[in-house]
Design a protein around this ligand. Structure first.
Ligand code: MF3
Ligand code: CO
Ligand code: CO
Length: 280
């Protein structure tokens, strides 16, 4: 990483700021690897518990215990007043669904989003799960959303621009006759949960800031089967599609390397895309 000139400055972790976007060194990558691994392992653990009749609050409790047992801190708990460890967003919930007295039902699709802090570093990741047999249109939405994240990740390398990520995702998603949510975005992260830049999941190639080695951020496209508009419920968190269409999301935390990116939140169990049972 380019840190020359900072060696004798008393800057923690020698973060280099180019424009507003921080550039991190090996220490940051090592911290992000530890945090990302625990976040991914938490989602791996939850996969077996996504069953009909399970309360979303029970999944939250399991995630909280897992996080604490691994010496990590739940980043979402009490973040801006958020009351739980994870976000659980079923069916037409776009993001930030609050776990509670809601039972999982056969045919549901749901996103579980976990963020942990390990030695000050944030690991932020989410996946889609299916409950029992899931109808074909929901399975297709999950497939499209997973592929959208892969298309975004494939763009990340030094010299590309943030707009290239958004364009790759938007072009793919719209060609599948789905829509990209505009109201929420990916974000820089590291020792800060939501840092600069906003990583938009739509846009135009060649626009936005240059991507540089050492940048740390998430890509987390939300894709709707219907129109892109969302509204936030009166709890102040739960975002739903305005047209009640199904919504899906996947998220990884990444660091830019000299040749591409390192994904910190890959599933050690190979469950990056948990299998969803078919119906019809
Ligand atoms: N993990 C979410 C993200 O991807 C943020 C959740 S903030 C919370 O950025 F407060 F709703 F938990
Ligand atoms: Co995020
Ligand atoms: Co997240």
């Amino acid at each position: 990483m380019t840190q020359q000139g900072l060696a004798d400055l008393n800057v923690p972790e020698r973060v280099l700021r180019t424009s507003q976007i921080k550039v991190h060194g090996e220490e940051g990558f090592e911290g992000m690897r530890r945090a990302g691994k625990i976040a991914a392992e938490c989602l791996d653990m939850l996969a077996a518990h996504v069953q009909p009749g399970v309360l979303t609050d029970e999944l939250d409790r399991l995630a909280r215990e897992f996080t604490l047992d691994h010496g990590a801190t739940p980043a979402c708990l009490f973040y801006r007043g958020y009351p739980k460890t994870v976000c659980i967003s079923p069916n037409h919930v776009v993001c930030h669904g609050i776990p509670g007295e809601r039972y999982l039902r056969e045919g549901d699709i749901l996103n579980i989003d976990v963020t942990v802090i390990v030695d000050g570093w944030h690991g932020d990741t989410s996946r889609m799960y299916g409950v029992g047999d899931v109808p074909p249109r929901a399975r297709r939405l999950v497939d499209v959303t997973f592929e959208a994240l892969q298309r975004g990740l494939a763009v990340v390398k030094p010299g590309a621009r943030f707009g290239d990520i958004g364009a790759a995702i938007q072009i793919y998603v719209e060609a599948q006759r789905c829509s990209v949510v505009r109201d929420f975005c990916g974000h820089g992260l590291g020792q800060v949960f939501h840092d600069s830049p906003n990583v938009l999941h739509f846009g135009r190639k060649g626009e936005g800031e240059l991507i540089k080695p050492g940048m740390l951020f998430t890509i987390e496209p939300m894709v709707n089967l219907g129109k892109p508009q969302v509204k936030v419920l009166s709890d102040g968190w739960t975002a739903v599609t305005r047209d009640k269409s199904l919504s899906a999301q996947f998220e990884h935390s990444v660091g830019v390397t000299e040749s591409g990116c390192e994904i910190f939140t890959l599933s050690p169990a190979g469950l990056d895309k948990p299998p969803i049972q078919g119906l019809g």
